[in-house]
Design a protein around this ligand. Sequence first.
Ligand code: PD2
Ligand code: ZN
Length: 275
Amino acid sequence: MTALPSQPITDELRQWILAQAESGLAAPMLVESLTRAGWQPDVVTAAVESVLGVPPAARLPEPDLAEAPGRIDVGDRQVQVLMSMARPRLVLFANLLSAEECEALIDAARPRLTRSLTVATATGADQVNDDRTSDGMFFQRGENAVVQRLEERIARLVRWPIGHGEGLQVLRYRPGAEYKPHYDYFDPAEPGTPTILRRGGQRVATLIIYLNEPVRGGGTTFPDVFLEVAPRPGNAVFFSYERPHPDTRTLHGGAPVVEGEKWIATKWLREREFQ
Ligand code: PD2
Ligand code: ZN
């Protein structure tokens, strides 16, 4: 049998893959369109993997619920699975952090809190936003022992490289503070989005980890599916979005805290290495 002529991974091919990925095309769609254009599937797979840093098959963070649907071994702990749903792709976990670890994160974050900013997708710059009235801070990846341990657990929990995660963000909501419903992905229609995507590509999943329990209010809402997650220390809600589009049903918000404080840590996961 004659071997097919080999096709090299050219710079042009790499640049095309990067440009398409930056405009929001997911890895499997890239593979499909290049294969349809006549590229050999193994060349395409290798090229997409080398440019994006992930095998196209492992296209989204996803917990492994096939073996034991009720718990996931994350190395140093068993995380419980309380519920999961398909659309939005969402999984609720318990026991991701101990009470002591929640307190250690709060104590390390407290002196560094400032009024939360959001990325202005029109320009790519950070700005104060009335839809988000919490105080927050970012840890560097691996900044201290608790952060590092948590990042290792998250990587095992949702099978996504630590290097594809943004630094952990901690937020504190006081009474009256809220985070109005929004999507966590960057809107491809906004002019600032290509600049944001140069660093690690799109966000593809979010893990919101609860560090305490407010006295009243402060649930995480998913208005499209009428779901509200109650904050409980050590629990976490995971959701992923295969493309930056409302049909993922990942609209979500932080309901106003009525009494007490609410503390969370959020880990956003990107398509590619986030430097
Ligand atoms: O605090 C929350 O429940 C919440 C709601 C919506 C957090 C986020 N989004 C976030 O950190 O993205
Ligand atoms: Zn959010």
